[in-house]
Write a protein that binds this ligand. Structure first.
Ligand code: LLP
Length: 433
């Protein structure tokens, strides 16, 4: 088995007599108690991830860690991150609402939308959150007469990088952010309407495992920030370098050396603050995946094994539960939770029950011999797992459980069939005919 999975199995999950544990609880017990498919999250792993990232940056410079709510918006998880001292990045009014239900005050929220409607901007102004404008001209769409306390713009620094083609969020083909000129005009406009407090932001891509990238992109942002600051005579309260910190999914990938990332980013940050005399803003980042990605395993049962030229192992979780493989060809490590010690020698295609041929979670993946009822564990399902799930093919969404030591709590009940039709209405003229 590969090194980083072995470490994950040691740190967060466990292997006792060939059986997978999540912290101190056996996966088989969790699955029989709560059913499958089931998202199981380790609370300790989220706390450790937060502390590792936060301490590497904060020991070098005043630092603020936002959590990208979109990666996993479960209220229990938001509460964990709030208790660690996290702030939140919300992409829409619903995420602002969710974060406030989880106890985040508006002062700890950044709202990074894109192509916002006037109604969304009005909601944000009323909520009192800091708006991070994706386009320099959006400031003119604020409700008339409103003057935000603080204004931030999302910069497109001209290049981006992501673990997959679809995960690059900056550069000429990106729909996100503002180039320097457009942002400059936006800050100027904000100054004209009397705004006095400013931040600056970028988010250039997701799941980046190249440690050198973060300092490179920070250098681009700092040059842009510096020129705008000198031109307009403004000071920033924070410089947010976005998220994008990758985690290993494939066997040959290695974890991001976060100490190296933090020290190289902070070196550039400090140097550029001096060069442009930008005062003493906070450094900020807003990861999703790095904080929650490897905290969660998706447990799913084998429903049927089909022997053809290839062997298809059919699970009760497919693309409606975990979309990443079908959408991005993403790789997730998969182990048989009740057969961890058995040789992984039979290559199989692992699929779900959805009526799409892209409903494949893994191709030609070596597993021990499996049979109906075996429990599969799909790792790294904590970020963009439940949050991208759907009810496609009329599959109710799964339950979520949070494990802390020997304790487990249901943090989202399994949907039932009546949930599928809960919002629907049939006009009376169509009934009983
Ligand atoms: N900030 C903003 C403005 C974002 O749009 C995102 C992610 C993040 C922060 C957090 O990025 P992270 O640290 O998690 O890379 N569905 C894809 C990922 C899409 C990310 C969207 N934005 C996936 O399954 O990999």
């Amino acid at each position: 088995m590969d090194r980083w999975i072995l470490n994950l199995l040691k740190d967060t999950f466990g292997n006792k007599g060939g059986e997978l544990y999540v912290e101190d609880l056996p996966a088989t017990r969790l699955s029989s108690e709560y059913g499958t498919p089931l998202y199981v999250t380790s609370e300790a792993r989220i706390r450790n991830n937060f502390r590792r990232l936060y301490s590497e940056f904060s020991k070098r410079t005043p630092f603020r860690l936002y959590y990208a709510v979109k990666s996993n918006s479960n209220l229990a998880i938001l509460n964990i991150l709030r208790s660690e001292g996290g702030w939140v990045d919300c992409s829409c009014p619903a995420e602002i609402y969710e974060a406030s239900v989880a106890g985040f005050p508006a002062e700890r929220m950044l709202y990074t939308g894109n192509y916002n409607s006037r109604e969304e901007l009005e909601f944000a102004i009323k909520s009192g959150v800091t708006i991070n404008f994706d386009d320099g001209t959006l400031i003119d769409k604020l409700p008339s007469g409103s003057k935000p306390e603080m204004v931030c713009f999302r910069i497109n620094p001209g290049m981006g990088k992501g673990g997959k083609e679809g995960l690059v969020f900056a550069g000429p083909d990106s729909k996100f952010g503002s180039p320097e000129k457009v942002a400059l005009a936006g800050y100027r406009r904000a100054k004209e309407i009397g705004v006095k407090r400013f931040g600056i932001h970028m988010m250039t891509g997701s799941n980046v495992l190249d440690p050198r990238y973060f300092a490179q992109i920070t250098e681009l942002l700092m040059d842009i920030a510096g020129r705008i600051s000198q031109e307009l005579g403004i000071e920033y309260e924070f410089v947010n370098i976005g998220g994008g910190f990758g985690i290993p999914y494939r066997p040959d990938e290695v974890p991001l050396p976060i100490e190296e990332v933090a020290s190289s980013v902070v070196e550039v940050f400090r140097r550029k603050l001096d060069e442009y005399r930008m005062g003493k803003p906070l450094l900020a980042a807003e990861p999703g995946r790095y904080l929650v990605g490897d905290s969660t395993v998706l447990l799913s049962r084998v429903c049927h094994v089909k022997q053809r030229e290839k062997t298809f192992v059919g699970l009760d979780a497919g693309m409606s539960v975990l979309l990443r493989p079908a959408l991005y060809g993403a790789y997730h490590p998969i182990l048989v939770a009740n057969k961890l010690e058995e040789q992984q020698e039979y290559p199989v295609n692992i699929c779900g029950q959805i009526c799409e041929n892209t409903d494949i979670l893994a191709k030609d993946r070596p597993l021990p011999k499996v049979k109906d009822g075996d429990l599969l564990a799909i790792f790294n399902a904590g970020a963009y797992g439940f949050s991208m799930s759907s009810q496609y093919n009329n599959r109710p969404r799964p339950a979520e459980v949070l494990v802390s030591g020997k304790g487990a709590d249901l943090i989202r009940r399994r949907e039932i069939i009546s949930d599928l039709v809960a919002g629907e209405q049939v006009p009376p003229r169509l009934m009983n005919r």
